[in-house]
Design a protein. Structure first.
Length: 361
């Protein structure tokens, strides 16, 4: 019987301790109607029953506050700053989080301008509360606030949260750079469809005819007799007397031409063939992205392997922004060396060598 009584009293005592010494936390924020944080002010917590002050704390620079070691009960939480706001709050056996105190803005209605007053010129006057004589309220001059009433920023306070603002500013600058880059590319690289390019016909004349008076005519020969030539030129058909013609040659546009300098040297292995040699651009224009290609074949002309390599030549930066060292200027030579693996253990009987290039000029 005594043991049961002791256990019951212990349970009652522990419950009373939990009720008396239960500590909870109230956390929240103070903000305006627009959701902007209120950075300065004092939070005071008082009991609802008798107005007794329980705890108080300052609002942080981010507009937040926290009250610790608060017992269960009903309270009034007050904000004191540029404006005063009160709000009831209940703490019932749990922490109160994200409690929002909204500070309402009060719009002051202007006083009616019904009478004229004289402006005081005494040196001790600090305010200008005298309305001016005007026909329209919009014509009023702005009223000056006394200097000693101007809000001053403490030295240790910051005007804004610079870390987050700098990070946001950097993101905006990066976004602006992307937009400017895209705009520049759009200006330098017009969007012309392939259909439009196909409609543009560029004349390709085959003959270059030089006359006695020094004139050079480009065109195609439509017909020819013993005494005259009929040419199709860019301005129409032209009839020339043969006695005026000094020289008539096939017109060939200057272009690159890359050739092999001798046969390639081939090292033959069970699983691959290694090719090496030299090439040269004997044309009149630069060859871009020069590549040597080799193909292996079996006795039945079945492909047995293929590979290629770009040669090392002149370093060129192209209009697209690509930089490559695979170009050959007219008269320039380059070497190549690369292996070609044999597929499926095929028996190679012969090979072919090709040179590929592009023209960008």
């Amino acid at each position: 019987m005594n043991k049961k009584l002791i256990i019951s009293l212990s349970i009652v005592y522990m419950s009373l301790c939990n009720i008396v010494f239960a500590n909870y936390t109230i956390s929240g924020a103070v903000q305006s109607e627009d959701g902007d944080p209120i950075k300065k002010g004092l939070i005071t917590l008082v009991k609802e029953s008798n107005g007794e002050e329980v705890d108080k704390t300052k609002v942080s620079r981010k507009g937040k506050f926290k009250l610790k070691k608060i017992s269960s009960g009903k309270y009034i939480i007050k904000f004191t700053g540029d404006k005063i706001e009160s709000k009831p709050i209940s703490v019932m056996d749990d922490d109160v989080e994200d409690f929002i105190i909204t500070i309402k803005s009060v719009e002051e209605s202007p006083e009616p301008l019904s009478q004229e007053t004289e402006i005081l010129n005494e040196p001790n006057v600090k305010t200008l509360n005298t309305p001016l004589k005007t026909e329209n309220k919009n014509d009023l001059l702005p009223q000056l606030r006394p200097y000693d009433q101007v809000d001053r920023l403490d030295f240790e306070d910051q005007f804004f949260e610079y870390e987050s603002n700098l990070r946001e500013l950097k993101n905006q600058i990066d976004s602006l750079k992307s937009i400017v880059t895209a705009f520049e590319k759009k200006q330098t690289m017009p969007n012309v469809s392939k259909e439009i390019l196909d409609l543009i016909k560029v004349p390709d004349f085959q003959y270059r005819i030089e006359l006695k008076n020094g004139t050079v005519v480009m065109g195609d020969i439509l017909s020819e007799t013993d005494s005259s030539l009929v040419l199709k030129t860019q301005i129409g058909q032209l009839v020339l007397k043969k006695e005026m013609v000094i020289r008539r040659n096939k017109h060939v546009e200057p272009e690159p031409k890359v050739i092999f300098l001798g046969d390639p040297f081939v090292n033959i292995y069970p699983d691959r063939h290694e090719f090496s040699g030299r090439i040269k651009n004997v044309g009149q224009k630069r060859a871009d992205f020069v590549r040597v290609v080799s193909n292996l074949f079996t006795q039945t002309t079945k492909p047995a392997g293929q590979d290629s390599v770009f040669v090392k030549g002149s370093r060129i930066m192209y209009d697209s922004g690509v930089i490559a060292d695979t170009a050959l200027e007219p008269g320039q030579t380059a070497t190549y060396n690369f292996p070609v693996k044999i597929k499926n253990r095929s028996k190679v009987q012969y090979h072919t060598m090709d040179i590929h290039w592009n023209t960008t000029e």
